[in-house]
Ligand binder design. Structure first.
Ligand code: ATP
Ligand code: MG
Length: 415
């Protein structure tokens, strides 16, 4: 029988890489707490309808990328392709808006999209993201963007540009849409097949096209920022003023329109030059109509999501390097049982400790301790152990001394 393999576009996370993930998670959780975000987790499986109604039926995500299927009971389900829809559903289902005037929530988990796998693009990939409900003021958009920027910086992400746009709202978009449609119709024959199809279904999405030919033509397209209504223009000015006062650098980019139907006003993305073709690390924007569209109240929202694999691909070591082992406890045949027990004591005191389970030579154990990055190797020689002593070798300095157990223990596991 052929050995079984992971599906294309999926991968296993082995201990070394998983440790980097854990450190990333700890750092992200710390930042979320600093900005007063509470954790939320929603199911990976949802009614497929949730995504067609929120992400939009004529988006690539729903049309081409969503893993949707019928379950045994004949229900249409989907593996979630993104995080916002589920969080909004939960927000409505638990009437969170009745409990407090506003909510800030963050999540971390796998997403699923049937895309062509390549570096930085997978079929099961992970995201962490934030959603803030109940605040229409531009300071929330700016705070979220500042959080993204500062967090990326703290993680050692080699960040490219933070690109910012405003895409208007229900007031100003219809007129802009007409203007854009007129422009696009003029160049219709030169657009790619996808864009020609989008011209009738969702012309705004044409601005998002990645084809080089379309990109060149679109450079002359009318820009949303030049056609904002007063309310949207004021909001956008507010976002920019707050970003300036927090010293967050950004560049205006009229091409950022985001992939979801319910985005209004603010849209932004952060890329990294380390990523090549899959350059976007995170992206987000404001979605004031989404809660209502999914059956909730008239609650504004704003959020972003970051791709975890892409964050790690664009992160400079050693920002997330591991903390070393405190000690390796090396034993002789006579002290193996004692080594196991003393390792247990040190671990109970909070130290990271490894010991030998295979009766290997002292030399092999010393080598293992060093390869695990241990700060100390503690050698339990039978004679010393009988006197309540241990030889402690400092692998950083190379120095070595015989110490009473208690003293050695407190060097290894400082209180
Ligand atoms: P792209 O333009 O690269 O397809 P997107 O606009 O589809 O990205 P979003 O839906 O905004 O991406 O998701 C937010 C983030 O999730 C992206 O910035 C990226 O880091 C990550 N991401 C999206 N799709 C994938 C994927 N298939 N594999 C890995 N990461 C992904
Ligand atoms: Mg995509």
């Amino acid at each position: 029988m052929d050995p079984l393999q992971a599906l294309p576009g999926t991968y296993d996370l082995l201990p070394e890489e998983a440790a980097r993930w854990d450190r990333l998670h700890a750092r992200v959780a710390d930042f979320m707490a600093r900005y007063a975000y509470g954790r939320i987790e929603t199911p990976h499986l949802e009614p497929a309808d949730l995504f067609s109604r929120s992400v939009g039926t004529d988006t690539d995500i729903v049309q081409k990328e969503m893993y949707a299927f019928e379950d045994r009971g004949g229900r249409r389900l989907a593996l979630r392709p993104e995080g916002t829809a589920g969080v909004v559903r939960a927000f409505i289902e638990h009437s969170l808006d009745k409990q407090r005037p506003y909510h800030k929530l963050w999540y971390w988990g796998p997403m699923f999209r049937a895309e062509r796998p390549q570096k930085g693009r997978y079929r099961q990939f992970w995201q962490f993201g934030v959603e803030a409900f109940g605040v229409a003021e531009p300071s929330m958009d700016a705070e979220q963007i500042a959080l993204a920027w500062t967090l990326a910086d703290s993680l050692g992400v080699v960040a490219g540009t933070l690109r910012l746009n405003s895409i208007g709202d229900a007031q100003c978009r219809p007129a802009y849409r007409e203007l854009l449609l007129r422009f696009l119709t003029g160049i219709e024959s030169k657009l790619c097949d996808g864009c020609r199809a989008r011209l009738t279904t969702n012309p705004l999405r044409v601005l998002d096209c990645k084809e080089a030919g379309c990109r060149r033509l679109l450079a002359d397209a009318p820009r949303t920022v030049d056609h904002l209504c007063d309310d949207c223009a004021r909001h956008f000015d507010g976002v920019r003023a707050s970003l300036d006062s927090m010293s967050v650098p950004y560049r205006l980019d009229p091409g950022i329109v985001r992939g979801l139907d319910y985005y209004v006003r603010t849209a932004f993305e952060l890329d990294s030059p380390r990523l090549g073709a899959q350059s976007s690390v995170l992206g987000g924007g404001r979605y004031d109509g989404l809660v209502k569209a999914l059956g909730g109240g008239d609650v504004p929202g704003v959020g972003w999501a970051a791709g975890i694999e892409r964050v790690l691909l664009s992160t400079e070591e050693p920002a997330l390097t591991s903390e070393p082992l405190h000690a390796y406890v090396a034993a002789f045949p006579e002290t193996r049982e004692a080594a196991l027990a003393w390792a247990q004591t040190l671990r109970a005191r909070g130290a990271k400790v490894e010991t030998d389970h295979q009766g290997r030579s002292l030399q092999a154990q010393m080598k293992e301790g060093s390869s695990l990055g241990a700060r100390y190797v503690a050698v339990l020689g039978p004679d010393e152990w009988g006197k309540g002593e241990v030889t402690l070798k400092n692998l950083e300095s190379g120095s070595q001394e015989v110490l009473v157990l208690e003293r050695a223990g407190s060097l290894i596991a400082p209180a």
